[in-house]
Design a protein around this ligand. Structure first.
Ligand code: NAP
Length: 247
């Protein structure tokens, strides 16, 4: 395979880290399927930005927290582009709160969007990749999944789950030409972190040896590395992109 012949599906590609991943892949010649949940305008902006880099791109609405929508999404991408070589499970949400006051609906929405989505998108995409005997799967975990964080038990559990999922799938597919890796970002400037109260933000910045938040592009470049055909002998890894936060 060469990068310029690959087709990628990026869940939650409309904004933030997902958008940066779409652009990083498009910049390397990859055709991009940009998934989004509700923000069509943002998805179409990402699509236009990818096309301006000279690749094919299209937006695909789909709520990946629902297994049936994961299946429909992967099918639609295959019907549109003819193949699927790179899957980036990026869609994610936070519903923060202390355990004592946490609601079941928030816990459920968090694991369904952050973890179940990755499982079912991988399950569907891997059927195609197994037939192709080629695939690159990259999952978005988080430093919070490695270290925990007060007020983020549900989020941390979902992101720790992503690591278990990544390592298990890596072993299942290792002999079939499919690699499965994860990135664990620290604090990255996106809509997700803009919502943090100033005090929490300042506290988090104090724990980053580099003393500053990262950019969506910092994460996207690492994802693009795992997506390369040349990364063929790297699987089951979790790479922190965090300015040293998890050291
Ligand atoms: P963001 O700016 O809030 O963007 C979230 C993206 O996910 C949007 O494109 C959104 O689509 C999509 N999305 C949400 N729920 C979805 C669903 N059910 N189905 C399909 N798409 C859905 O978030 P971000 O900061 O870029 O985070 C991206 C990933 O990195 C997440 O998995 C997050 O947990 C992880 N991460 C982020 C940080 C950070 O500091 N920002 C740190 C560690 C890990 P719409 O535009 O349609 O709403």
């Amino acid at each position: 395979m060469i990068m310029g012949e690959c087709v990628a599906l990026v869940t939650g590609g409309s904004r933030g880290i997902g958008r940066a991943i779409c652009l990083a892949l498009a910049g390397r010649g990859v055709s991009v399927a940009v998934n989004y949940a509700g923000n069509e305008a943002a998805a179409l902006e990402t699509v236009e930005a990818c096309r301006s880099l000279g690749v094919q791109a299209q937006a695909f609405q789909g709520d990946v927290s629902q297994p049936a929508e994961c299946a429909a999404l992967v099918k639609e991408v295959k019907n549109t582009f003819g193949r699927l070589d790179i899957l980036v499970n990026n869609a994610g949400i936070t519903r923060d709160g202390l355990m004592l006051t946490a609601k079941q609906e928030d816990f459920d929405a968090t694991w369904q969007t952050n973890l179940r989505s990755a499982f079912f998108c991988m399950k569907e995409a891997s059927r195609l990749m197994l037939r192709q005997r080629y695939g690159r799967i990259i999952n978005l975990s988080s430093v919070v999944g490695l270290r925990g964080n007060p007020g983020q038990a549900a989020y941390a559990a979902s992101k720790a789950g992503v690591i278990g999922l990544t390592k298990s799938a890596a072993k299942e597919f290792a002999a079939k030409g499919i690699t499965v890796n994860a990135v664990a970002p620290g604090m990255i400037d996106t809509d997700m972190t803009k919502r943090l109260p100033d005090a929490v933000r300042a506290q988090m910045l104090d724990t980053i040896p580099m003393g500053k938040p990262g950019l969506a592009e910092d994460v996207a470049n690492a994802v693009a590395f795992f997506a390369e055909p040349a990364a063929a002998y790297v699987t089951g890894q979790v790479l922190c992109i965090d300015g040293g936060m998890a050291i």
